[in-house]
Write a protein that binds this ligand. Structure first.
Ligand code: IPE
Ligand code: IPE
Ligand code: MG
Length: 237
């Protein structure tokens, strides 16, 4: 395939959506859709590593998702507990470094410990960086960054004119990461749902009707082929 000869996007970001619709279509409870979605996530981390991506960022739980029923949030938390352990194994088998973006402190202590373990035990891997966006919200991230920046500014007393885009970006959870080149959303919705609001400024967007539990390496390759067929622009001419 032609796209295989083209350079890969360095950073692919995904909004995994459609677990609920997949469950409905299969006549099973929503939690089963989330479980199927976790299985897809495992496979996709491996696929992204195999394909040679540098960064693969996946939106797994938003700051707004706490508003779902207690039953659904509880089921998701239990899936995190189970799949975090599996991700550590998969990451170490595939030289994958795991990072988290989002606000960790709202999770239960054992989940926080699990996240720390995932990051710590994979930090020396040198292949793909898999970024888990959990309890993540773009606005929340920007507000947390602004707070830290103001605190530092108050201490240093420096003139605010030294604050530029690069400095601000260094306060975001994604500090040191390149911006996504390609953003994929599964299940057809045409919105960002508070995902990487700062970082997606010039990303190419790819929306597929494929439901997340049905997503696979072939679907990712299709998205990358579409990305490669486009002419990227950054506002200049
Ligand atoms: C995505 O699937 C998973 C999370 C947001 C946690 P959804 O649960 O949003 O699935 P749909 O949109 O209801 O199909
Ligand atoms: C976005 O999906 C959040 C995640 C994928 C984690 P949602 O299903 O929560 O978003 P909306 O409700 O369609 O905007
Ligand atoms: Mg959804």
């Amino acid at each position: 395939m032609d796209s295989e000869k083209r350079p890969l996007p360095r950073h692919v970001a995904v909004i995994l959506d459609g677990n609920g619709r997949w469950a409905k279509a299969h006549g099973v409870p929503r939690a089963m859709g989330h479980k199927a979605g976790c299985e897809t996530l495992e496979k996709m981390v491996e696929a992204a590593a195999r394909m040679g991506l540098e960064y693969f960022t996946v939106y797994g739980f938003s700051t707004e998702n706490w508003k779902r029923s207690q039953e659904e949030v509880g089921a998701l938390m239990n899936l995190f507990r189970y799949y975090m352990v599996r991700i550590i194994k998969i990451a170490n088998e595939n030289n994958v470094r795991v990072r988290m973006i989002g606000e960790k402190s709202r999770f239960a202590p054992d989940i926080i410990a699990g996240i720390d373990r995932m990051v710590e035990s994979t930090k020396d891997n040198t292949g793909l960086t898999f970024v888990a966006a959990i309890n993540y919200g773009g606005r929340d991230e920007i507000v947390r960054a602004a707070r830290k920046l103001v605190e530092d500014y108050r201490k240093s007393g420096e003139d605010v004119s030294h604050i530029d885009e690069a400095l601000f970006a260094s306060y975001l959870d994604t500090a040191d990461m390149p911006d996504p080149d390609l953003m994929i959303r599964t299940s057809g919705e045409l919105r960002l749902s508070n995902y990487l609001l700062w970082q997606l400024a010039y990303a190419e967007l790819y929306i597929t009707d494929c439901l997340w539990p049905d997503f696979n390496q072939e679907e990712l390759e299709k998205a990358i082929a579409a990305y490669n067929s486009r002419e990227r622009r950054f506002g200049g001419r």
